[in-house]
Design a protein around this ligand. Structure first.
Ligand SMILES: [Zn+2]
Length: 322
């Protein structure tokens, strides 16, 4: 991380410092993917936006909501923390829980992704995500299929009799090999926190409906941009990349997509000079080295996670059961 230290914190600090790490993520569907409960009849989220920054055509793009993305990545991280006993317990033995009133307020997940507590306060999430947009129009990456309709418990089996569902519903799905561009902005993080966030991004692959196994997504980190102010948005990045595609038919080749984003005349090269203040992009060999380090760290992550866990201040309010 030498060379990027101006944009990272030495250790956790509880007031904003205005240091941004923008992780440029390419999310590619590897199977038919449903981002909604299948059979619910709900359409996929889509937004009408301009096709490119230069191309003024208006097209519908499929949107993966930011909530969906962080929820999946948090869970990926928490599974690991749980395995090492790093999700803290309350006096009554209840474990740190997402989306309840019982965050432990002292695990890596609470410190990093934030929590809103019923009692003693809140920690702001330092992960600022945006909705991710499909590179190509919805019309070329979405199809419809028929499903057995779901019961109340979101399964295809009657919760009382165990009989399979016989009524049919329709669901839209995203075809395999569809590309979404996304920026995950980490604010005021340490080098270890950056590794933790990237580890969660790279290890997450199921963004689809929870009730099924449908929906495999492969995340690739295309570049990391360190800055002192926010850079372009996910949508601008998507549009600038779309402008640069020579071929606009589904399925696109992932290499070609990567090139229009990070290449010499790519979207980032076009958009980054508009950034106010200093910035530095990590791509190519330095990025490959960094990603290889993450790979190595996660072969045996315990020591890393314990170091990260120990880097946070002791909470004012002591909790038993640690
Ligand atoms: Zn916690």
């Amino acid at each position: 991380m030498a060379g990027y230290t101006d944009f990272l914190l030495d250790r956790y600090f509880n007031l904003p410092q205005g240091r941004y790490v923008n992780v440029i993520v390419l999310r590619e569907t590897k199977s038919e993917t449903i981002f909604r409960t299948e059979g619910s009849g709900e359409p996929l989220n889509r937004e009408f936006v301009h096709a490119g920054l230069n191309n003024g055509e208006v097209i519908p793009r499929v949107v993966i909501s930011k909530r969906k993305q962080t929820a999946v990545e948090r869970r990926t991280g928490r599974e690991l923390l749980r395995g090492f006993g790093l999700l803290q317990k309350h006096d009554d033995g209840a474990e740190c829980m997402l989306n309840t009133n019982t965050p432990c307020e002292r695990c890596i997940d609470c410190w990093f992704y934030g929590f809103a507590a019923g009692g003693s306060g809140a920690q702001k999430s330092r992960v600022i995500t945006e909705d991710a947009f499909s590179l190509l129009p919805a019309s070329s990456i979405v199809d419809t299929k028929t499903f057995n309709a779901l019961f109340d418990n979101s399964t295809m089996r009657n919760p009382v009799t165990g009989e399979p569902s016989t009524s049919l519903g329709e669901s839209e799905y995203v075809k395999p090999e569809a590309h979404f561009l996304d920026m995950e902005v980490l604010k005021d993080v340490t080098a270890d926190e950056l590794v933790y966030a990237c580890g969660n991004i790279l290890r997450s692959s199921r963004y689809g409906a929870i009730s099924s196994r449908i929906g495999r997504v492969q995340n690739t980190i295309l570049a990391i941009v360190f800055s002192r102010a926010e850079i372009c948005s996910s949508l601008e990045l998507t549009q600038a990349s779309y402008d640069r595609l020579t071929e606009k038919e589904h399925p696109l080749r992932t290499d070609d997509v990567a090139k229009v984003v990070t290449g010499e005349n790519g979207a980032l090269a076009h958009l980054l000079p508009q950034t106010i203040g200093p910035y530095q992009m990590m791509a190519g060999q330095p990025l490959a080295t960094f990603l290889a380090e993450i790979h190595e760290t996660y072969k045996e992550p315990e020591a890393f996670l314990r170091r990260l866990d120990a880097s946070y201040p002791a909470p004012a309010k002591t909790k038993k059961g640690r």
